[in-house]
Design a protein around this ligand. Structure first.
Ligand code: UD1
Length: 382
């Protein structure tokens, strides 16, 4: 029996780890150990996600919390090294591009443990993004790569990695999306307040998420964005589950008053920005799957909207997930507010960008990953 430690730390990690854990459960050759670094710790950024995704409680909770990049990364490394010394795993598996990804990866390799990276090879070419540094550094030390799109494989090959270490498997995020959608048939999928919010909306509504430092840490950029969004919200309601980082910035920059409508008046939500706490996965999916347009700077939502054919306008200049633009429903807006207004007008008028589901985004990526890991560990045992 081979031992694999799976690492999750920030909100998007939990959705990616869940289907891999399911695929490893009861596997005759693998034992999965789950480590939660605690990078995200608020209940609605962490616990609610674990519960809603139906995954086991972490075997280790490192409770690292927030800090500067150096403090957070270093603390995760110190905590995770201890876990690795106790467990002596055959492999560490990391997902995505958050600080927990690179921190755990570094620890694994310094202890000569095999490292698997799920969602490898993505590149935005924007080194101002902390995630781009995490992606580059993690892939530089990874032993076995799992890519979500052909572009990821090409990037890794161009960086000199061998073809047989790279496996194009599809996307675990989409495995999770289809799994959660399958469960959504019954009426109780969403919480009562979210169900009544949706009932109160007119046929057309937008959803929005915003948390990237490039959008929310600069007063001028955030002010312009919120002003534009506010104008749009005078015509069509916009549901905005607000990330804690963004909420703090809105307050710091004195932008709280710009909102037309707050959570306290949810039932009359015929228009306005409806700001809520971060929602759990099921609640937000229940809302956004039927929205007219998603406005986002998230990586995962660019992909999930493409998978469900929902229009997505991305509030970033670049994307490390080009397949969503090339074949999917995603359009890059950057900070061009005229383009934002124009694309929203078009989508509201029914001029939607049509897309198709990218290759291998079929709900079976996790099974493929587990198959490759088993083979790899058989062939490359220490
Ligand atoms: C992190 C990831 C980002 C991912 C995002 C998803 C990195 C570098 N960034 O960004 O790629 O898209 O998670 O949400 O890893 N905070 C809370 N409660 C929490 C967590 C954070 O209040 O549970 C606040 C704290 O003020 C903290 C700030 O949010 O300082 C930023 O948190 P952090 O984990 O550093 O980065 P995110 O912006 O969440």
């Amino acid at each position: 029996m081979k031992k694999v430690i799976l690492v999750a730390g920030a909100r998007p990690n939990f959705m990616k780890i869940a289907p891999i854990l399911r695929a490893m459960k009861n596997h005759p050759d693998l034992r999965a150990i789950l480590v939660h670094t605690g990078q995200h710790y608020d209940d609605n950024m962490s616990e609610a996600f674990f519960a809603g995704l139906g995954i086991k409680k972490p075997d280790y909770q490192l409770s690292i919390g927030s800090g500067t990049h150096a403090v957070q990364t270093a603390n995760i490394m110190i905590g995770f090294e201890e876990v690795c010394r106790i467990e002596m795993p055959d492999m560490v598996l990391v997902v995505g591009d958050v600080n927990s990804t690179i921190a755990a990866g570094l620890v694994a390799k310094k202890l000569h443990i095999k490292l698997a990276h799920v969602e490898a090879g993505l590149r935005s070419r924007d080194r101002q993004m902390p995630e781009e540094i995490n992606r580059l550094a993690t892939d530089a030390i990874t032993d076995i790569f799992f890519t979500t799109e052909v572009g990821g494989t090409q990037n890794l090959l161009a960086e000199g990695h061998s073809e047989d270490s790279i496996h194009f498997v599809g996307h675990v995020m989409i495995d999770n999306l289809f799994y959660q959608l399958g469960k959504m048939g019954d009426e109780d999928a969403a919480s009562p307040s979210v169900r009544s919010l949706k009932e109160s909306l007119l046929e057309k509504y937008l959803c929005m998420t915003l948390h990237r430092p490039s959008n929310v840490d600069d007063k001028k950029i955030l002010t312009e964005l919120i002003k534009t969004i506010n104008t749009i919200a005078s015509e069509v309601p916009i549901i905005f589950p607000c990330h804690p980082r963004t909420l703090r910035r809105l307050h710091d920059f004195g932008l709280d008053d710009l909102f037309i409508m707050k959570e306290s008046v949810l039932p009359e939500a015929s228009k306005g920005i409806i700001i809520t706490e971060p929602l759990n996965y099921d609640d937000f999916l229940y809302l956004w799957k039927d929205c007219t347009i998603m406005l986002t700077d998230s990586g995962g939502l660019q992909e999930e909207t493409t998978a469900l054919g929902v229009s997505c306008l991305t509030l970033r200049d670049n994307t490390e997930r080009p397949i969503t633009v090339e074949v999917g429903t995603n359009i890059l807006i950057g900070h061009d507010m005229d383009k934002l207004r124009l694309e929203i007008k078009k989508a509201l008028n029914g001029e939607k960008k049509n897309g198709r589901i990218p290759d291998l985004w079929d709900g079976n990526a996790s099974e493929r990953i587990v198959h490759h890991i088993c083979r790899y560990l058989k062939e490359n045992s220490n």
